[in-house]
Design a protein around this ligand. Structure first.
Ligand code: NAI
Length: 706
């Protein structure tokens, strides 16, 4: 048959349609695949020797990964986008109308268009493979499930459960799919296709029967008032969560509603219209840009696979070291030695790890035996003995250059040359840390962010002599820990903290000028940041913020300045920010209650109520300015990884696509002009850098780049 789809019809009238895109790890609905499937469906409709058809994928662990994101990224014409959607809808409706039952045999990840063809099949069966996920993540890309997903899913599992999946762009486990009634059956992974064939044979000549949706769903959705309630609640929740910044979930909600209130055809119509508008809009383009950056960061790069880390150890069991050890035990299920000089630190680290596993237990992600097994993998020690057997050591001890230098000198002497020695330092130079050590090609930075279990980014830092094998092995290790690595070069603050310093400094200057804490943080929340800059300083720790501030101030004396009260901010031993319950804000049970009014007197400031709200761009533009310098200094390879690091490291709003992408959209000449004005009106520290001017002349950060 075709290149991608292969049909086989057995003597027992059971047909198998295999989806197998040559040369790719995943099946996607590319233009070619859609056209081929259209021809296949045309042929199938006229066959009278088929009793039941099974749709299978030949890709291990992967059923269908959905539509081709590149197609969506390219499209700029609304009518064309709508036409593309209608083509898919018609194709899946033709699939649904085939004159025999169809069975989607979902043996691996199934998302987006994959889930939509499965929904258009008569039956959907899943394997019990633990990593299997099935879902509709479209809204995460700023679009909506428009090949019938918004219309068919609520018909199968009820509006409440469907909205829960569609509006959050969720993917669920096979077991959950079976409980919700999304899957008609769940079979063991071993012998899956054997079970599928038995299931399918027994469906030949039978009319499909759907399960009821349960009493609760009936009560809620069975009458107009109940349905109104479901949609009203979902809309309010979505608007709160998205702060009105992400239009896709609301458009999806309207499409689901149209389909339920006015029938399938109206649902498809609403899907197509919304998809045309969303897919050609700036927000979807930005979200898809971030998605592609994430995808490329997942790849290993060319060449041989890097050495695999199998015997990791952690030095220092504090906030960061304890978190890293828990992650190794959890994600890699490897024994991990954790060494500290204080037994109390080890005990705290174990308690912290236990509390994280307990949370997973409560959420039913793991069971008790698994919890015990994973806890036992963490091997606390006060001794150096045993470290020799490690092939990787990550250091997370106190941020003090002399101490770190001695530790690396000692590790390098005692451990084999091949053992990778990584530092989680947040501000010290990797070259400096390794200065006294031998075989420095294996010394590298591996900068996790706090809290380790939640923050998705790891900066992998190459010193001047760090080998490529070392950075690649560490990047692969980070991926296996579930993190996204971004490769950066050694330099003060590396990438994220360097840019962040310019942002935080400007927030402090605004405070110094008389703006209130709430107004400054509000300006950035309204701009789309997950947290205001002063609240963030509390989160990081006022002591840590001030320390890093000083280090970076010394590194960039020509342009990074802080108000003289910086040290007073961290001067009181009990005012350390979130961790001590008091900082710029007051906290109760680690929750912020209010700004501490005493902060103004401590800093010697008097808020000026006559000031207009602070301009968010005043805090963003210094980062843009410094980003140009980071690129010029070769800290990071291009605006793409820089943008990814900012989105994952500080939560730069994904709907803006990243710092450089936002700046390009705003126009670099306009930004240069605004910085010039600020340099005149406010302070010369805000003057546009030569690097930024050059970038503006070149036509933008991304000019000539993907
Ligand atoms: P922490 O103070 O919580 O923990 C440091 C631990 O190292 C302490 O338990 C201490 O007893 C132990 N230690 C000191 N000398 C040691 C030695 N020679 N051998 C073994 N253990 C030793 O510090 P935290 O916050 O975990 O920071 C550790 C490192 O991670 C620092 O370099 C810091 O800059 C960096 N970092 C910190 C972040 C944060 O937000 N806390 C974020 C990213 C990096």
């Amino acid at each position: 048959m075709g290149r991608i789809f292969h049909l086989e019809v057995g003597a027992d009238h059971l047909a198998t349609l295999t989806f197998d895109t040559p040369g790719r790890k995943a099946n996607i609905f590319s233009r070619e695949a859609l056209e081929e499937l259209q021809a296949v469906v045309g042929e199938l409709a006229s066959r009278d020797d088929i009793g039941c058809l099974v749709l299978v994928s030949m890709k291990p662990g992967m059923f269908i990964a959905g539509a081709d994101v590149d197609l969506i990224a390219e499209i700029t014409d609304r009518a064309e986008a709508e036409a593309g959607v209608r083509f898919g809808q018609a194709l899946f409706s033709a699939w649904e109308a085939l004159p025999f039952p169809t069975v989607a045999a979902v043996s691996g990840t199934c998302v987006g268009g994959g889930t939509e063809i499965a929904l258009a099949s008569t039956y959907l069966v899943v394997s019990d493979r633990p990593e299997l996920r099935i879902g509709l993540p479209e809204v995460r890309l700023g679009i909506l499930p428009a090949w019938g997903g918004c219309t068919r899913l609520p018909r199968r599992i009820g509006a409440l459960a469907a909205l829960d999946i569609i509006l959050a762009g969720k993917s669920i486990l096979g077991r959950q799919a079976a409980t919700l009634g999304l899957a008609d059956a769940i079979f063991p992974e071993a012998g899956f296709f054997h079970h599928v064939r038995d299931f399918s044979r027994s469906r030949i000549g039978r009319k499909p029967r759907r399960r009821g949706r349960g009493f609760k769903a009936f009560l809620l959705e069975g009458n107009p008032l109940g349905r109104w309630f479901v949609f009203d609640q979902a809309r309010k929740r979505t608007l709160t969560q998205t702060k009105g910044r992400y239009p896709a979930p609301i458009a999806a909600l309207d499409a689901v509603r149209a389909g339920l209130d006015r029938g399938k055809r109206a649902g498809f119509e609403a899907e197509a219209r919304a998809a045309g508008e969303l897919a050609t809009g700036a927000i979807a383009k930005n979200l898809i840009h971030v998605f592609r950056l994430m995808e490329s960061a997942k790849k290993d790069g060319d060449g041989d696979a890097p050495a695999e880390i199998r015997r990791p150890a952690v030095l220092g069991a504090g906030t960061m070291g304890g978190g890293i050890a828990q992650l190794v035990a959890d994600k890699m299920e490897l024994p991990v030695r954790v060494k500290d000089v204080q037994s109390e630190a080890l005990a705290t680290a174990l308690r912290h790890a236990k509390s994280l596993f307990d949370k997973q237990l409560r959420r039913r992600r793991i069971r008790s035996p698994e919890l015990r097994r994973k806890m036992n993998l963490i091997q606390p020690t006060l001794e150096d003995a045993g470290l020799e057997a490690s092939d990787f050591v990550v250091e997370a001890i106190v941020e003090n250059l002399a101490v770190k230098q001695r530790v690396f000198e000692d590790l390098a002497r005692r451990l084999p040359q091949s053992t990778i020695l990584a530092s989680n330092t947040s501000s010290l130079s990797i070259d400096d840390i390794g200065k006294l050590a031998t075989h420095r090609q294996r010394i590298v930075g591996m900068h996790f962010f706090n809290p380790v279990d939640k923050m998705p980014l790891v900066e992998v830092i190459a010193g001047t002599v760090t080998s490529k094998e070392t950075t690649r092995a560490v990047a692969t290790f980070a991926r296996r820990l579930g993190k996204t690595p971004v490769m950066v070069r050694d330099g003060p603050g590396f990438l994220v903290n360097r840019l962040l310093a310019f942002y935080s400094a400007e927030a402090m200057w605004l405070l110094d000028e008389g703006h209130r804490v709430e107004a400054i943080d509000r300006a950035m929340l309204d701009w789309g940041m997950p947290m205001g800059p002063l609240r963030l300083a509390d989160e990081v720790g006022l002591d840590v913020s001030a320390k890093v501030g000083h280090i970076l101030r010394a590194a960039f004396p020509d342009r990074l300045f802080f108000p003289e009260w910086l040290d007073r901010l961290a001067g009181e031993p009990k005012r350390l920010g979130l961790k001590s319950g008091l900082g710029v804000y007051r906290y109760q049970d680690r929750r912020e209650s209010s700004v501490d009014p005493a902060i103004y007197a401590i800093l010697g400031l008097r808020p000026d109520s006559s000031l207009a709200a602070p301009d968010a761009e005043r805090m963003i533009l210094p980062m843009v300015n410094e980003a140009a310098r980071c690129l010029e200094d070769g800290i990071v390879d291009g605006p793409g990884p820089l943008d990814l690091a900012m989105v994952l490291g500080i939560g730069f709003p994904p709907f803006r696509g990243g710092l450089c992408r936002w700046a390009d959209a705003a126009g670099l000449p306009a930004i240069v002009a605004k910085l010039e004005a600020l340099a005149g009106d406010v302070s010369p520290r805000l003057a546009p850098s030569a690097a930024l001017r050059q970038m503006a002349e070149r036509g933008g950060f991304y000019r000539g780049r993907p």
